[in-house]
Ligand binder design. Structure first.
Ligand SMILES: [Zn+2]
Length: 259
C-alpha cells in the first residue's frame, strides 16, 4: 500500500491540517497535525510510521509554498509513545511498541504482522525544553513541558492564535496516568497549569493527541475533573497495579523486524 493510500487528511483552515492513518483502527490512533508557516511547516506527532508521512504530505501538496520553493518540514513528537512518535524516536524501548493485527484493517505491505513491527530509529536533531519557541515565520509555537502522562510530554502553544496542541496531556477521554513512566502528582501540576491557561484566556481551541478538538470550557472541565479525582481518590494501589501490569505487557512485546 502506498503512503497516499495509508493516510487521509482534512483542511481545518488557516494553514492547519488534520491527518489520520486510515487503516489503524484503534483507540490508540493518534491525531497528526500539520501547521503551515510562512518560513517553515511543522508536523506535530507522526503516527505509527508504517508508511512515509513526508511522502504523503508531499504527494498531496500540503506543504506551504512561496514562488521559489516548498517550505521545509519539521517533525515534532509530543512524547515518545509509539502511536505518536512513528519514525521520530531513537529508541524502541521508549516508544513502547504495542499493537495487534486486529487493529490494522489493511496491512501496509504483504506479510506484515504487528508482532514483527518495530519503530525505525532516527536521531532527533533537537531535544525540546520548556520555553523553547519554534518559529514558523508568521506563527510561533512555545513548548510547555507537561509531565504526568509520560515524563517528557509537551504541549505546543500558539499564543497569538490561542491554539494548544496537547498530545496526550489532555484529550476528551479518560486520561492515562498509570503507564510505567506516568506520575500522578506531576499530572496534577500539569492540569493546574492547563486551568491557568484557560483562566488567563490564553487558549480558545485544543488540538489533542486523540479524538476531537474542543474548546476552553471543556479543557477547564477535563483538567479540573482530573485534579479533583486524583486528589480525592489517589487509588495508589490500582495505579501501582496498572503500572506493573503495563510494564510487564510492554516488556512481553519483543519486536524483531519492520517491513
Ligand atoms: Zn501517550
Amino acid at each position: 500500500m502506498s503512503a497516499a493510500d495509508w493516510y487521509a487528511h482534512k483542511s481545518l483552515g488557516d494553514g492547519l491540517f488534520w491527518i489520520q492513518e486510515r487503516f489503524y483502527q484503534s483507540d490508540n490512533r493518534a491525531n497528526i497535525w500539520l501547521l503551515r508557516g510562512t518560513h517553515q511547516d511543522v508536523v506535530i506527532d507522526t503516527g505509527l510510521g508504517l508508511r512515509s508521512l513526508p511522502d504523503y504530505i508531499d504527494s498531496k501538496g500540503l506543504l506551504g509554498k512561496d514562488p521559489q520553493r516548498k517550505n521545509p518540514l519539521l517533525a515534532i513528537a509530543t512524547h515518545a509513545h509509539f502511536d505518536h512518535s512513528g519514525a521520530c524516536t531513537s529508541s524502541n524501548r521508549w516508544a513502547s511498541t504495542a499493537q495487534s493485527d486486529r487493529e490494522i484493517a489493511e496491512a501496509p505491505c504483504p506479510g506484515w504482522r504487528a508482532r514483527n513491527y518495530k519503530v525505525k530509529a532516527v536521531q532527533p536533531t533537537h531535544i525540546l525544553q520548556e520555553g523553547d519557541v519554534i518559529n514558523l515565520g508568521d506563527r510561533q509555537l512555545t513548548v510547555l513541558h507537561m509531565p504526568g502522562h509520560s515524563r517528557g510530554s509537551i504541549c505546543l502553544h500558539d499564543r497569538d492564535n490561542k491554539l494548544l496542541f496537547s498530545g496526550d496531556v489532555v484529550y476528551d477521554g479518560a486520561m492515562i496516568d498509570w503507564l510505567p513512566y506516568s506520575h500522578v502528582s506531576d499530572y496534577i501540576s500539569s492540569c493546574e497549569r492547563l486551568v491557568g491557561l484557560v483562566d488567563s484566556e490564553q487558549v480558545d481551541q485544543v488540538l489533542p493527541g486523540h479524538y476531537n478538538a474542543f474548546g476552553a470550557k471543556r479543557l477547564h472541565r477535563i483538567a479540573t475533573g482530573y485534579i479533583s479525582r486524583a486528589e480525592t481518590c489517589p487509588a495508589k494501589f490500582s495505579t501501582f497495579a496498572w503500572r506493573t501490569l503495563a510494564g510487564v505487557a510492554l516488556r512481553a512485546f519483543n519486536p524483531r523486524s519492520a517491513c
